[in-house]
Design a protein around this ligand. Structure first.
Ligand code: SF4
Length: 250
């Protein structure tokens, strides 16, 4: 019987190696396995203490908000920047309010604006694959938000004044959730969170810090749709995230 188990284990291992190689060659993320909770994470590292940010909490109600619902209430029918003019919906963020991994993208696109949910278009499908097929979590296990919560016209990049207007709400979401790790998806979230102008290609794959929370920048899923050969490096970045939060990689 022990021999049978050993053969079975070798078979599983070989199959997974094969799939990982397929992935490395630019194929889609690993086939979906049954979703599961990130139960292994609790022993890996304590939840970070998010640094105080009085510079951003100039609104007393936002300072007092201690749940995501309270943050959403303070945001209200926001007109704090000009992006309010063209939006259909505010895309606040979705997921587990106690998520260990938080993904931060750039801003809503047309699909996200229409539905009020981040990452639901083609790029969103790829992010979901990364979460479900690569990390073997459910989308509901993580939290997904954007640097700005309203769609920039013609999908242009958010402008500095828009990012500054929206950051207090993202910062408060991070402070309430206290994720173990933030994954910054692409140039805009990376440069915004890290307050620099360094190209994403020079920042991805290395750990950074946002107010005490480890940040792993990687390429945006929309970029991967245009450059599928870069999936391999994104998988390398995601494996670092999985290691950091104690998720089994193989
Ligand atoms: S992008 Fe943010 S700050 Fe600007 S209107 Fe939308 S929710 Fe308000």
């Amino acid at each position: 019987m022990a021999g049978d188990n050993s053969q079975f284990s070798k078979g599983v291992s070989a199959a997974r190696e094969y799939l990982l190689r397929e992935f490395d060659m630019g194929a889609e993320f690993l086939p979906q396995s049954p979703p599961r909770q990130a139960e292994a994470a609790s022993d890996v590292m304590a939840r970070p203490v998010v640094a105080e940010f009085p510079d951003l909490l100039v609104e007393p109600d936002l300072k007092a908000a201690d749940t995501l619902d309270a943050v959403r209430d303070v945001l209200g029918d926001c007109d704090r920047c000009k992006l309010c003019k063209g939006r259909i919906n505010i895309v606040f963020g979705v997921g587990n309010p106690e998520a260990e991994v938080m993904f931060v993208g750039e801003g809503p696109g047309a699909d996200e604006d229409a539905q009020g949910i981040p990452f639901v278009g083609r790029a969103g499908k790829l992010l979901t694959d990364i979460i479900e097929k690569g990390m073997r979590l459910r989308r509901d296990d993580v939290y997904i938000a954007n640097i700005v919560k309203c769609r920039p016209p013609d999908n242009r990049n958010p402008e500095p004044d828009e990012i500054v207007a929206c950051e207090p709400f993202l910062a408060k979401q991070i402070a309430v959730i206290r994720p173990r790790v933030i994954v910054a998806l692409g140039k805009v979230p990376t440069q915004s969170l890290l307050q620099n102008r360094t190209p994403i290609s020079k920042q991805r794959g290395q750990w950074h810090d946002y107010r005490g929370v480890p940040v792993m920048p990687t390429f945006h899923p929309a970029y991967l749709l245009r450059s599928p050969g870069e999936k391999r490096v994104v998988w390398d970045d995601i494996k670092q995230v999985m290691k950091k939060v104690g998720l089994p990689i193989e």
